[in-house]
Design a protein around this ligand. Sequence first.
Ligand code: ARG
Length: 572
Amino acid sequence: MDLEKVLSDRLAPAFAAVAGGPVDPVVRRSQHADFQSDAALALARRLDRSPRAIAAEVRDRAELADLCAAVEVSGPGFLNLTVADRALGDLVSALAVDPRLGVPVADEPETVVVDYSAPNVAKEMHVGHLRSTVIGDAAARLLEWLGHRVRRANHLGDWGTPFGMLIEHLVDRGEAEAAQELSMGDLDAFYTAARAKFDDDEAFRERSRLRVVALQGGDPATVRLWRLLVAQSESYFLTVYDLLDVTLSRADFRGESSYHDLLAPTVAELDRLGLLRRSDGADCVFPPGSVGRDGEPLPLIVRKSDGGYGYPATDLAALRHRTGTLGATRLLYVVGLPQRRHFEMVFASAGQAGWLAPPARAEHVGFGSILGPDGRMLRSRAGGAVKLVGLLTEAVQRATALARERNPELGEAEAAEVGRAVGIGAIKYADLSGDRHKDYVLDWERMLALDGNTAPYLQYAYSRIRSIFRRAGVAARPDAAVVPTEPAERALAIELLGFPAVVDEVAGSLEFHHLATYLHRLASAFSAFYERCPVLRSEGPVLRSRLALCEVTGRVLHQGLHLLGIRTPERL
Ligand code: ARG
């Protein structure tokens, strides 16, 4: 059903006959015809023949009569393909009756672990966690839709030396008061107060040290206090996830502490395999491929000189668990780019240890920072980290105000719902519509604009489609034949048929901006169609065909946005 692929499959045998071996016909959208193949150009060099002659021979051999209205050789040796209206209509009609919109379920479903969000207990989630949560959730949604077994792993930072001071501060504050403060989301205040005491007060420092030892030793009273801290933070994070409308739930918390018992066996195995080397009193792996500026191999510290295990050891244990016990073959780590080196070293070490062997593979799904309007790291007015809830609440408030202004007929409840969908949608789309490796500037005006490459623009296109059906009091007939004839109808039909290819590409690259760009192109093609081709004022088969085009466009927009975690209200 994917048009590029259909054309490519038809051209391939003709190219193979001319070349005497398999050739990728490289079919792409084109300005000059619907599609273009430029494979003859590269082939010409290999066969030492004129590219135009090759293209002409392919044209004569290819069986395209039922699909194409015209196949022409152009320029230095391109093949220009114009799809026949009839064929285009049949393909879109088939899409309209397919609940999966042309996107097949994976032939070989895999177990995929998506490690994302991963905030730290008793610390405010920062905008980096926002990006991880938004991108990771899109990955989980997409891969699940394709039929993979997705395991969401929220690698909560819930272990380590800071817990000594956090627990002591909890004791000083009084459990009830501290719990109150934490459940309100005053995480940073709590952390900062603990830190200040730790820095200034020798006795407090000593108590904190003893607490860490007690925690690691499993002292029941200490463990109870630690659980309290973790539970309060988890509840708070869940309220953020709820506001952000992501699929993470309580069952997905896989804190660092949950790998505690796997640390010693993991490190023992590294030792058995002869991969450990002592360096400055610490046990380290020196994975291949990681060297410092001085050209010396870089150590991944798995056991510190004080005998404790840290972040790298936990990631090694978690990875070994994910492939070995969960049987995952694809491991995604949705974490900011500053941790790139860490993951390279973890993956290389795991490879050496045999915990990450084909078909299993790991990918660091890295991303850049969110910048403020001044082009620098986003900071609060006081200069600290921006509180995520504040940011999300502001998005929803702004979008609700805009919705009220634009559409005074919306009732109170509906305006609130639209405001949430648009505000949160705008935040997610701003994040997902740019190349994730790059930083981006948080710009309220731009991301909430109704025109441009924004969530509201796409949501608006969807609501317009729904309003056509509301106004007409009709539904599209699923069996209606789509017969595109006008250029704007043809352009829309061709965009619709491109959905499966984009989904397939993004499932591999996890570069969601390709899906976003596609949806924006689709919505633009829809607006052009809607301007030029009257729908409700047409009649008979034309009316039915156009209604079917509207319906299937609405479904692709809905599904595409749903994969990005963005809602599509019926009215804006
Ligand atoms: N908690 C870490 C942080 O805030 C992110 C953890 C990412 N996941 C992992 N498996 N290391 O930076």
